[in-house]
Write a protein that binds this ligand. Sequence first.
Ligand SMILES: Cc1cc2nc3c(=O)[nH]c(=O)nc-3n(C[C@H](O)[C@H](O)[C@H](O)COP(=O)(O)O)c2cc1C
Length: 366
Amino acid sequence: MDLSITVNGIKFPNPFLLGSGPPGTNARVLAKSYDAGWGGAVAKTVSLESSKVVNVVPRYGKLRSRENNEVIGFENIELISDRPIEVWLEEFRQVKKDYPNNILIASIMEEYSKERWQELTRLVQDTGVDAFELNFSCPHGMTERKMGSEMGEHPDLCQEVTSWVTEVAKIPVWAKMTPNITNIKEPSLAAVRGGAAGISAINTILSVIGVNLDTLRPMPTVEGHTVPGGYSAQAVKPIALRMVSQLGLGLPKGTTVSGIGGIENSHDAIEFMLLGASTVQICTGVMLQGVKMVDELQEGLAKFMTDKGFNSVGEIVGKSLPYFSTHMELVKMMKEAKRHKAGEAARDNEWAQKDITEKTAELTSD
Ligand SMILES: Cc1cc2nc3c(=O)[nH]c(=O)nc-3n(C[C@H](O)[C@H](O)[C@H](O)COP(=O)(O)O)c2cc1C
């Protein structure tokens, strides 16, 4: 089945992209993912001076299910790429030469300097990459140099920096947003005013994964200490879905959304598409399952389209957005459906009379 979709004029063989991070950290792994069937990849974020980027070990932490040890949340304090820009430029060129039909998106980040952003844009653009993703969202480490989410938290900076890039970019520009903000629409709309054709959401959520009760040290622990890091994997999916739906409903027509956050299988990916994402990105899922997970993504999407009678991937995008409403409207609709008795019977007074777990189950939509 044809799973292709055209987004901002770029034809993606399928909507599944590696999210920026370890899965796209050099040309070898990018090639492996295209061979496995990924439609595209956002490479690990690059900057002009890799010598300023020094990572720590350990830099990951896992939250496991209390029941079966499954990883449900993942924290990282990893920085952007520590590989020299000259090496990256050569690799971008090589990857595009070897895989002309797979989409390669360069994630870029710089300090607050027009000259630096425009130099990086020009250098990377000359390699033939298909699009840019501006990293306005890394929540740790880079913020100490006023980069990443330090920019993404300020709509005026998002607009200004995006406009610097779009002034020299001849290819589409996406801005990747931080969820560590009250209303994701504000910096996103600012980036669109700066010329962004698309918004990628979300990057990781600031977190502390846990505290070791033997040593009393918060984790991940580096020489006895830590910093808050970025939370990803299935635990963040509901927050990401909410933010993607806000963008799906609130961005100007024609602005595209790339959905990210806790996607681990085709079911998750389709949810993001139904809420307005025309492509989806996966980072932690690939780190935990490997690139082969794309087989299930493709099979699951094709089956969903057959079962539901969708003729193209584009038809799915935003299909569930009309079903968002206001709380007042929900009450009105329930009254019209003559189900308001159920609401009346479930008033807060009742909670004392029944076991709280039973009452919770009664009010839950599975
Ligand atoms: C170890 C690790 C490194 C990451 N590095 C980057 C990065 O360099 N640039 C970037 O834009 N996002 C980076 N991210 C964020 C992911 O691309 C993604 O936005 C986030 O993890 C949520 O998606 P997921 O649940 O599929 O991982 C990183 C995530 C992880 C877990």
